[in-house]
Write a protein that binds this ligand. Structure first.
Ligand code: AMP
Ligand code: GLY
Length: 420
């Protein structure tokens, strides 16, 4: 079969690598891809938002199905558009993608179906929101409604911080804002919980924990993710059952009542407190870098899994995993997540990876067989091992070997599960 991957990050390179090992897949295209995907797929320079060009290329090249990596085209309705043109695609439709596209949509669904989540209010203007702040206890969480590349969430410690957050959101920092969310601050430990669904049935697809902050000790600015490990230390069967029964099933039930269903990866961002789960947010795709830690642990043929989902036969399939741990450290350009330089060469020729060691490219491009940086997050080093400590030691040794002086990385990924 021929498959096309939409996206250009570490997540998409990891997806390409898994498909490359699949007995079902003969040819992979990546739109637009990176220097890593280029070694196993054909990179096609079409923008992920140009649905028409993607459609035409898919038809002209007889691609059997597409997989959509990032959220933006999903929220903008790429799946609806492609399916209208009889193209098979793995990812949720526009309505189901509102789970990520509108935090208020998800909160209303939680309210209607009694899904455990932080208490919240929806506010339509600065005055109303401001009045409410007088009655709050702090910290309080303030959120822009729509997609904001992970930046539209403020944890405000004081009344003045909260007022500023409200002003910034209504002033349009994350696009035009007609409403915003104010939420109770939940104390606990976060966990990323993954589901794969064919629109009729779903299965669990592992857990992970990412590190969003730029600096060690989970300090500094929020980023797309500086590293991750899998599984989460919180995972247990009793908690899994609660998450499925109280959060996932009512969500899918809610979508059914709106005459739609969810096909694709669903990523629940949860807060766990005393083994009780609360939904913080949904993402309608795989996490990045969580995906890079999950896929190397997959035993079952990934191409077979996705094809089964596309054909609505996921329930027939058993998904098996290696009983290993995995850990990812992300190498970023100096300055990320603010201003950083691009087009800096990275020399990887001498790097020799052993079994269970993986290099997934993110913001890279290849020119005349040389590799250059092309984004904030540049490379992902992933290690599969019996122990997190061994995984991290190996990842850090590889990064030392790469010795890219234009970049930085966190040396403390997974500190909660590693005794120093
Ligand atoms: P979100 O984009 O909604 O996942 O929020 C980004 C991050 O903000 C989350 O990963 C949490 O660390 C934090 N966060 C969001 N909502 C809450 C909440 N109600 N209580 C505590 N932390 C939160
Ligand atoms: N690692 C966080 C995300 O993919 O949204």
């Amino acid at each position: 079969m021929k498959v096309g991957i939409i996206g250009s990050g570490g997540r998409e390179h990891a997806i390409c690598e898994s498909l490359n090992k699949s007995d079902k897949i003969d040819k992979i295209y990546c739109f637009p891809g990176n220097a890593g995907t280029q070694t196993i797929a054909e990179n096609i320079n079409i923008d992920v938002e140009n649905f028409e060009k993607l459609k035409n290329f898919t038809i002209d090249n007889k691609i059997d199905f597409l997989i959509v990596g990032p959220e933006k085209p999903l929220v903008n309705g790429i799946v609806d558009y492609l399916e209208e043109h009889d193209i098979k695609v793995f990812g949720p439709n526009k309505l189901a993608s509102q789970l990520e596209g509108s935090k208020i949509f998800t909160k209303k669904l939680c309210e209607k179906f009694n899904i455990p989540t932080a208490k919240f209010g929806i506010f339509l203007n600065i005055e109303e929101a401001g009045k409410f702040l007088n009655k709050c206890s702090y910290p309080i969480v303030i959120k822009a409604d729509g997609l904001a590349a992970g930046k539209g969430v403020y944890i405000s410690e004081t009344f003045n911080d909260a007022k500023l957050a409200i002003k910034e959101i209504f002033d349009g920092k994350f696009g035009e804002a007609k409403q915003l969310l104010i939420e109770e601050f939940l104390d606990g430990e976060e966990m990323s919980f993954f589901i794969i669904s064919d629109g009729k049935n779903f299965k669990q697809f592992g857990t992970a924990q990412d590190h969003k902050r730029a600096l060690e000790g989970d300090k500094g600015k929020n980023t797309g993710g500086m590293g991750a490990y899998s599984p989460s230390r919180l995972e247990n069967q009793n908690l899994n059952n609660k998450i499925i029964k109280r959060i996932i099933e009512p969500t899918f039930e809610g979508l059914k009542k709106s005459n739609t269903s969810f096909k694709g990866f669903l990523y629940a961002g949860l807060m766990i407190k005393n083994n009780e789960p609360y939904l913080i947010e949904y993402n309608v795709r795989m996490g990045d870098p969580e995906c890079q830690t999950l896929l190397p642990k997959l035993k079952t043929d990934f191409g077979l899994i996705i094809n089964s989902c596309i054909e609505g036969r996921l329930s027939d399939l058993e998904i098996d995993w290696y009983n290993d741990k995995s850990l990812c450290v992300v190498l970023c350009s100096n300055g990320y997540p603010d201003k950083y330089e691009k087009n800096v060469e990275i020399i990887l020729d001498k790097l020799i990876l052993k079994e269970n060691e993986f290099l997934f490219h993110a913001g890279t491009k290849s020119i005349d067989k040389k590799i250059f940086s092309n984004g904030g997050r540049v490379l992902n080093i992933v290690i599969k091992s019996k122990e997190f400590k061994d995984a991290r030691d190996k990842a850090l040794n590889i990064l030392k070997e790469i010795d890219w002086t234009n970049g930085f990385y966190r040396k403390d990924i997974a500190y909660k599960v590693i005794d120093e």
